[in-house]
Design a protein. Structure first.
Lengths: 259, 643
């Protein structure tokens, strides 16, 4: 089938960008969306033009590298599907598709469709872990965990850190990403010791990175390729309020908060 | 000539590692901050090692080419991780896990290493659980297990079909904590392109920053490579697109021996190839073989009949027929080869590609009848969804179609018992080394080995090395560092300046076809000799006709790919050479000339019970072979029998 692509091209973080039109003639319905971009890039190289830069790696929907805004939707039209798992059988001959990078202040564009998501790493660094030294763990079966709690923790832990939640949010908020990690660790007994410190530090870092606030649009959940629920944001907010009560330490951002 | 000293302790098997730990030197806590360690790669082995070394107080520089350490390809491992916990009370033990791994590897691995792996496997589960990794649990709240290929006990811990993701996020969190604490400095989007060796010791690496294009030297007191395997030499594989062998290959060119390069694992359960533009293959976890039954039609004329319409008596459940005691759970190499055999016989299913139908059914009908959709969904739901997204078919209703694909490489840089390569101070961990899986890796053992190396082996053995060297003494202005930076820059400029007419991917596909056809599931002298004639010719064409657009100064993904492919050409040639030299069948390495009467791999222990270590002597030059003979004191090599 024939597809017309309108792709965002931007030379660097400080350059102006624009949409560039490319017509593809022989798109197979069995191709993935990224394989279509591969074909286009092969052609661009042969024509001595720069290929379109985009992040991708596993192409199995788990590494979280791919980050395409397709016709204004993070990861495209298919529910719970990353761009790399989107197949062209969902499009029809003659379709025009607009491809852009994530549009989030805290994810500056690096080049074309590639953005810098290191802000997510800094949020995890601020407290998204359980402090346990290698070798100091007790036997894994010493503390049974209710299956229902463990399953809820798992649901939150499946976040792939792609950033679709922030890209889909009108406020460019990272609440779903941050809440998923906070919930995962707050739902298991191992995570209790640092629970309230963790939520304070991670929320402070999220704010320092320049992400917006959550105003309950729930676009994040709709865009999340792993279907992570906004209930996790409620859990984060509840823990955050409790943290303000149970701890007397003044709330402050970690020293390495974003510039 | 380098002498291969494997430094394996002797004495009773079960106390070797403990005694070795006592014999190793320690670095005083207040001295650790004087040492700098480079860790390349942030998968399970790299992240675990960097986090643990940071905790211990060493200064760690960690590198990955991805935009975040959390995206290393360990993230994609699905099925599970083995550990000899015996929580199921079904007869498991450290010795049994050791035995299964040695046997599964078709007696081509080192007993001491494998025993240590089985021994520390139990610590990994404790560690990961303490980090908050949400392993599957039973209703009573205790950890659940499942069984996996090549074993008759249930020792596999799992987190739905995302075990690798959850374990990697655990290691990533531990790493993040150390980055936050200032013990580890993280360098994402930074790719290692060469190794710096000063006075016989690995002292640093040269990297290219993938966004700025800047080439830079980094100096340390020791270097750890945890850079994964080389499955992408086949072009189509289950590896991530970025997975590459450049770090390992560059170290090989600097003097690290490459061991058993022909031992590459073809995984039996992957989604078949659908067309020309296919960029990668997707694995369907081996755990599916627990509840899915593999079959093909008995008669080729049923190839186009909808599977639901084929009666039981017209189905050939060939694994259950050939291997009654292991059935669908035979090791990967056997399951793959048998799938190839039935397709070669003309009984495959799915579309014909190149005149052959390359697919077999993996059917859940009986399990769904027995357990119900809910339970099957709970075990494999995300895999079924993934399958449906890619193929458009619903596995709850119709059987999956699967075919083998390249998945893992058992070969890798040679290491001694301390995980040190033939270059002093260069350590290699995880899939990048050759150490524990012999000629075939059992399912759920890759995660175990990566984490064992990173959390529980390297932190000791690296300390032992550092204790005998004086910290510092060189910096990135050292003449050798500048020389290597110059060589790397020159090579990048060369790649950019060829200005031919063929794209990097076109070359990669051509190489992949050559390797898959001649050094894939079945190998022969004739085919390997053909590949050894053709690969150098394609490589020469690569260096004359490569086309890359853009510049080397900033982000240029075509340039990144070209550099990796250039190394795959050299590695692919070595693989074929090793496969030709190993004139026996062993595990994954199936030489058509050497089969038993039943069609299984026939080893030749008299002549080939060794690790083949190759020393680099120059591009296009015959590499030098060094043999490490394998001794079996505790398990007597036998013909593997899964009947």
């Amino acid at each position: 089938m024939k597809i017309r692509l309108r792709v965002w091209r931007q030379a660097g973080p400080n350059s102006a960008g624009s949409l560039e039109t490319h017509d593809l003639e022989d798109v197979s319905p069995d191709m993935s969306f990224l394989e279509m971009l591969d074909v286009l890039n092969e052609r661009l190289i042969e024509e001595d033009r720069e290929e379109i830069a985009f992040d991708h790696d596993c192409r199995e929907g788990i590494c979280g590298s791919c980050s395409l805004m397709i016709d204004g939707r993070a990861h495209g039209p298919q529910h719970k599907t990353t761009a790399c798992q989107l197949h062209m059988r969902h499009y029809s001959d003659g379709d025009e598709i607009v491809v852009e990078p994530w549009r989030v202040k805290a994810f500056p564009v690096v080049k074309d469709l590639v953005v810098d998501r290191s802000s997510f790493d800094r949020i995890i660094r601020a407290g998204g872990y359980i402090s346990v030294r290698t070798g100091s763990a007790r036997d894994a079966n010493e503390a049974p965990i209710r299956k229902a709690d463990s399953d809820l923790a798992f649901d939150a832990a499946t976040c792939i850190g792609c950033g679709a939640c922030a890209a889909a949010c009108p406020n460019a908020s990272a609440s779903l990403f941050t809440a998923a990690k906070i919930s995962h660790l707050a739902l298991v007994p191992q995570g209790q010791a640092e629970r309230y410190d963790r939520v304070r530090k991670m929320v402070a870092q999220m704010d320092a990175e320049g992400f917006g606030h959550c105003t309950n649009h729930n676009e994040c959940e709709a865009a999340c390729p792993k279907g992570i629920s906004v209930t996790n944001i409620a859990r984060m907010n509840r823990d955050f309020l409790r943290a303000m009560v149970v701890s007397r330490d003044p709330l402050r951002a970690p020293d390495d908060a974003g510039e | 000539m380098t002498v291969l000293e494997h430094r394996t302790p002797s004495g009773p098997l079960e106390s070797r590692w403990e005694r070795h730990r006592f014999d190793m030197k320690l670095v005083n806590p207040s001295n650790r901050r004087k040492y700098n360690v480079i860790v390349v790669g942030t998968g399970l082995a790299g992240a675990a090692a960097a986090a643990t070394l940071g905790e211990l107080g060493y200064n760690v520089q960690s590198f990955c080419f991805q935009d975040s350490p959390r995206r290393a390809h360990s993230i994609a491992a699905q099925g599970g991780i083995n550990a000899a916990k015996n929580y199921q009370n079904d007869g498991d033990s450290v010795f049994r896990l050791f035995y299964d791994t040695i046997k599964g590897g078709d007696f081509r691995s080192r007993e001491s290493n494998v025993y240590r792996l089985a021994e520390v496997s139990v610590n990994i589960i404790d560690q990961a659980t303490a980090q908050g990794v949400p392993f599957a649990r039973e209703y009573g709240g205790l950890l659940a297990n499942r069984s996996f290929g090549g074993a008759q006990v249930s020792r596999t811990f799992y987190a739905r079909g995302q075990t690798g993701q959850q374990l990697l996020l655990g290691a990533y969190q531990a790493l993040s904590r150390q980055i936050g604490a200032g013990q580890v400095e993280m360098h994402p989007r930074t790719e290692m392109l060469d190794l710096i060796v000063i006075d016989g010791r690995a002292r640093g690496i040269v990297t290219r920053h993938l966004i700025t294009g800047k080439v830079k030297a980094w100096i340390a007191d020791a270097v750890v490579l945890a850079t994964g395997g080389y499955g992408n030499v086949f072009y189509l594989s289950t590896n991530a697109k970025g997975c590459n062998a450049t770090a390992a290959w560059r170290a090989h060119r600097r003097g690290a021996f490459f061991a058993n390069p022909c031992f590459t694992q073809i995984h039996p359960t992957c989604i078949p190839v659908s067309g020309e533009s296919q960029s990668k293959l997707t694995l369907m976890s081996e755990s599916l073989r627990n509840d899915g039954r593999v079959w093909v039609p008995k008669n080729a004329e049923h190839a186009d009949t909808p599977p639901g319409k084929i009666k039981n008596e017209n189905r050939d459940y060939y694994l259950e027929r050939l291997y009654p005691s292991f059935g669908n759970l035979v090791p990967r190499d056997i399951a793959s080869r048998r799938a190839k055999d039935v397709c070669d016989e003309g009984r495959g299913v799915g579309p014909e590609i190149g005149g052959v139908r390359r697919g077999v059914y993996l059917d859940f009908r009986d399990s769904i009848q027995r357990l119900g959709e809910n339970i099957v969904g709970e075990r494999y739901g995300n895999l079924f969804e993934m399958y449906e997204r890619i193929t458009g078919d619903n596995p709850y209703k119709v059987p999956m179609r699967i075919y083998p694909a390249t998945h893992y490489t058992m070969g890798g840089l040679w290491v001694d018992y301390n995980l040190m390569s033939t270059i002093d101070g260069l350590f290699v961990a995880g899939e990048a080394n050759f150490s524990d899986h012999g000629a075939n890796r059992l399912g759920a053992s890759a995660l175990m080995q990566g984490l064992a190396d990173g959390y529980f082996v390297l932190p000791y053995t690296l300390g032992n090395y550092l204790a005998r060297v004086v910290p510092g003494g060189a910096d990135d202005e050292h003449s050798e560092a500048r020389r290597v930076v110059g060589q790397v820059t020159e090579r990048l400029e060369k790649l950019m300046s060829i200005d031919g007419s063929t794209t990097p991917d076109a070359f990669h596909r051509e190489l992949g076809h050559l390797i898959w056809d001649n050094c894939g599931m079945s190998r022969s002298k004739e085919g390997l000799e053909k590949a050894l004639r053709e690969i150098p010719a394609v490589r020469a064409r690569f260096w004359e006709d490569l086309k890359i657009s853009g510049t080397g100064e900033g982000l240029n993904q075509a340039l990144e790919r070209a550099g990796r492919i250039a190394d795959f050409f050299e590695l692919g040639e070595l693989m074929c050479r090793d496969a030709l030299d190993r004139d026996e069948s062993a595990g994954c390495h199936f030489r058509a000339e050497h089969t038993t009467e039943e069609g299984e791999a026939k080893r030749n222990d008299e002549e080939y019970a060794y690790v083949a270590n190759w020393e680099f002597t120059g591009v296009g030059k015959e590499p030098r072979l060094h043999k490490e003979h394998l001794e079996f004191e505790f398990v007597k090599p036998s013909q593997r029998n899964y009947k």
